[in-house]
Design a binder for this molecule. Structure first.
Ligand code: DAT
Ligand code: MG
Length: 139
């Protein structure tokens, strides 16, 4: 059975480009409710830990540098079928391959700087939400 929560980040490129409001608007318009949210900045160590599963990939160093290069929004989102529906809303990892109307098509500039994160499974949604939020920070 699919779960009803996913985890997202608005990445440093989109925060720098002043697209926090535009992206939150698209998230709400697609039917997601924000149940936890914070404005924060990842250290290199925290960015490295968050993306640990990609440690062996050639882009890992670049990814950690980018994700710790500026402030981010982290949030837990609620909707039926949240993980799958949110991946549809954000679009392909590479914005050149993302469909019209997706967040990455609109706001991402490259495969590395792609505006938003979305969990890829219910299991990872829970792990990633727990990485940022305590129980008293969820509503
Ligand atoms: P996604 O964020 O769509 O789940 P992923 O989990 O495969 O994509 O990769 C995590 C992040 O790593 C991705 O959002 C941006 C970066 N990344 C992935 N592939 C890359 C590549 N070929 N070159 C540079 N950065 C890449
Ligand atoms: Mg991923």
């Amino acid at each position: 059975m699919s779960g009803n929560r996913t985890f997202t980040m608005i990445k440093p490129d989109a925060v720098k480009a002043n697209n926090i409001g535009n992206i939150l608007q698209m998230i709400n318009a697609a039917g997601f409710k924000i149940v936890a949210m914070k404005y924060t900045k990842l250290s290199k160590d925290l960015a490295g830990a968050f993306y640990e599963v990609h440690k062996e990939r050639p882009f890992y160093g670049e990814l950690v540098d980018f994700m710790s290069s500026g402030s981010i929004i982290a949030a837990i989102l609620e909707k039926d079928n949240a993980v799958e529906d949110f991946r549809k809303l954000i679009g392909a990892t590479n914005p050149a391959e993302a469909e019209e109307g997706t967040i990455r098509k609109k706001y991402a500039s490259s495969v590395g700087e792609n505006a938003v994160h979305g969990s890829d499974s219910d299991e990872n949604a829970k792990i990633e939400g727990d990485f940022f939020f305590s129980m008293s920070e969820r509503f």
